[in-house]
Design a protein around this ligand. Structure first.
Ligand code: FES
Ligand code: FES
Length: 156
């Protein structure tokens, strides 16, 4: 089945099984590998992308649901000033150890700051509660959110 959608602001068409997940379409069919697969069942947030400006787990979304919609992945987000602001804040706070959960964290922090440019610590922790990280601890990621809010003042 042909599915047409916007991927990082470019119109794309893929011919795939309509029940194949958005995650496997991105990684396997389209070689967009920034989005990671952790659990494959909606629990870890490694596959987070924005769909129509909402944070979703790409592993849980059949590609047929994406028809006509707008998907943003880390490949697209890192080309933007806001995406770079979040990435730089994570680097500054040393909130990155492995590359596995980090793409999802970037998307989650971006979605948070878009909705709330000055989030409280509780709001930050709530926003990343669906993103599991086994190695770095969440303190530095929370710090990164604060840095991105402060350094991105006027951007969000
Ligand atoms: S891979 Fe999608 S939530 Fe874990
Ligand atoms: S830095 Fe997130 S799982 Fe390792």
């Amino acid at each position: 089945m042909k599915i047409e959608f916007y991927l990082n602001s470019h119109l794309v068409v893929v011919d795939v099984d309509p029940m194949q997940s958005l995650l496997h379409t991105l990684r396997g069919t389209m070689s967009h590998t920034a989005t990671k697969e952790g659990c494959g069942e909606g629990e870890c947030g490694a596959c987070s992308v924005l769909f129509n400006d909402r944070l979703v787990n790409a592993c849980m979304m059949p590609i047929s649901q994406v028809q006509g919609g707008d998907v943003m992945t880390l490949e697209g987000l890192r080309q933007t000033e806001k995406g770079q602001c979040v990435i730089n804040a994570l680097l500054e706070a040393k909130g990155v150890q492995c590359g596995f959960c980090t793409p999802g964290m970037v998307l989650a922090l971006y979605a948070l700051l878009e909705a709330d440019p000055n989030p409280t610590e509780l709001a930050i922790r709530t926003a990343i509660s669906g993103n599991l990280c086994r190695c770095t601890g969440y303190g530095m990621i929370v710090e990164a959110a604060k840095i991105a809010a402060e350094k991105g003042e006027g951007l969000w």
